[in-house]
Design a protein around this ligand. Structure first.
Ligand code: 3HC
Length: 390
């Protein structure tokens, strides 16, 4: 068992409370921290609700009770004192670099010297986040997927400054965190590049989605029609966008536009929803109305005939090849397994071993259609060398 007893989770929102709940189930003492008591109490109540649900089903670990586990969950709105005896801190606050850096600085100034500082950022540089912490060697990425209790993936990221010890401890810890749906999958992300593996592979599909959202809006098509075009995963396109959070998408796209290519800049539809505060499931309104629970597309609305699945499939294959090209991962099998564990969808690589030349043509066609240069096929894809990287 990894040498960790006390876990501090900073940020009591959707990701933070999920991480806290699963850490409690693993048997750790958890302190849930946010900027005010109201946020902490809301997160704590959601964990309590989840624990009671598991108790009713008889799914808690042997001998455990919901009340007993919740007694191990402290609440705090003071990060400096919350980390005083922490062995690991996991930050899951808003996707803003300055806010994350401040969390890491405060934690670094106040936590015991051997405490690991982990960020659950979706996209951002762990190296930058940990820069002012006073312990950059102890800073790592620990990237969970939404909903944390049900998605098996936790990516552990090696920053430019992380020590191998810290990364290995992060992996050992992540492997102890249960998942309600199967065994955790914990790949080591070898390089600190935007989006790491799973989000990086799927990120440029958002460029195409923005193109489609904006075109659908301009042509007066409904989100039901667009969703009926089919996304190829367990959730429809607009429902998944709302579920992830429009703010998360917006901040991510801004970050990618500054670090990977200006083609990632948020489109008109996403920008408008972000500016109006319609952030999806968390605010009750995004593309969809969430006030009565998770919405389902109206199948009778027909199709928009706008979104073509062949494009995101080619885009993901191209980006997965870039992940190999940049040395973020060294095996296509790891990339495919990462996609399956993080998004319940097959990765792009196993199925394209013999057909990748066709995807090169699809990508060229997409550059023509959208004018987005980022879709150009990369050398690794064109050469077919990636097929050997199993
Ligand atoms: N505590 C206790 N029980 C819980 C729980 C919790 N916290 N959360 C869920 N459960 C239980 C539910 O009560 C339910 O129990 P039941 O079967 O007895 O009714 C069970 O778990 C299953 O829950 P759902 O019914 O909600 O699950 P679904 O079968 O509808 O599947 C899904 C939901 C797994 C979310 C599926 O739709 C899916 O795979 N969607 C894709 C999600 C995805 O792509 N996520 C990744 C997003 S990207 C990301 O996160 C990256 C980040 O950086 C932004």
């Amino acid at each position: 068992m990894v040498d960790i007893k006390n876990v501090v989770v900073v940020g009591a929102g959707q990701m933070g409370h999920g991480i806290a709940q699963m850490s409690l189930l693993a048997g750790y003492n958890v302190t849930l921290v946010d900027i005010n008591d109201d946020f902490v109490n809301k997160g704590w109540s959601k964990i309590d609700e989840g624990m009671k649900k598991l108790e009713t089903k008889g799914s808690l670990p042997e001998g455990a009770t919901a009340a007993g586990l919740m007694a191990n969950c402290k609440k705090s709105s003071n990060l400096a004192s919350a980390v005083k005896d922490a062995d690991i801190m996991i930050e899951a606050v808003v996707e803003k670099m300055d806010v994350k850096k401040q969390v890491f600085k405060t934690a670094g100034d106040n936590a015991p010297a051997n405490c690991i500082l982990a960020s659950n950022t979706s996209t951002m540089s762990i190296t930058d986040i940990g820069k002012d912490s006073g312990r950059p060697d102890k800073c790592i990425g620990m990237h969970f997927f939404n909903p944390v209790p049900l998605m098996r993936l936790i990516e552990v990221i090696h920053s430019n400054n992380s020590s191998d010890d810290s990364v290995n401890k992060g992996i050992e810890f992540a492997e102890t965190i249960p998942c309600l749906r199967g065994k955790r999958y914990v790949p080591k992300v070898l390089k600190d590049r935007p989006g790491f593996i799973c989000n990086r592979v799927t990120a440029p599909a958002q460029i195409y989605q923005n193109y489609v959202f904006d075109k659908a809006a301009a042509e007066g098509l409904s989100w039901d029609q667009l969703d009926n075009d089919g996304l190829g995963g367990p959730m429809s396109m607009t429902v998944l966008a709302d579920y992830v959070g429009i703010d998360v998408l917006y901040h991510g796209q801004m970050y990618y536009s500054q670090t990977l290519s200006p083609d990632f800049a948020p489109g008109k539809v996403i920008t408008q929803m972000f500016n109006e505060g319609n952030l999806g499931a968390k605010t009750g309104q995004g593309f969809r109305d969430w006030t009565k629970g998770r919405p389902s597309p109206d199948k009778s609305a027909g199709k928009a005939k706008l979104y073509q699945l062949k494009y995101p499939l080619a885009i993901m294959l191209n980006e997965a090849c870039r992940v190999l090209e940049e040395g973020i991962a060294t095996s296509w099998k790891v990339i495919d397994d990462t996609l399956m564990a993080g998004m319940n969808m097959p990765g792009p690589m196993a199925s394209n071993q013999k057909t990748y030349q066709r995807q090169v043509d699809v990508l060229e066609e997409l550059v023509e259609l959208t004018g987005k240069e980022y879709f150009k096929p990369c050398e690794m894809l064109k050469s077919g060398k990636w097929v050997e990287m199993k």
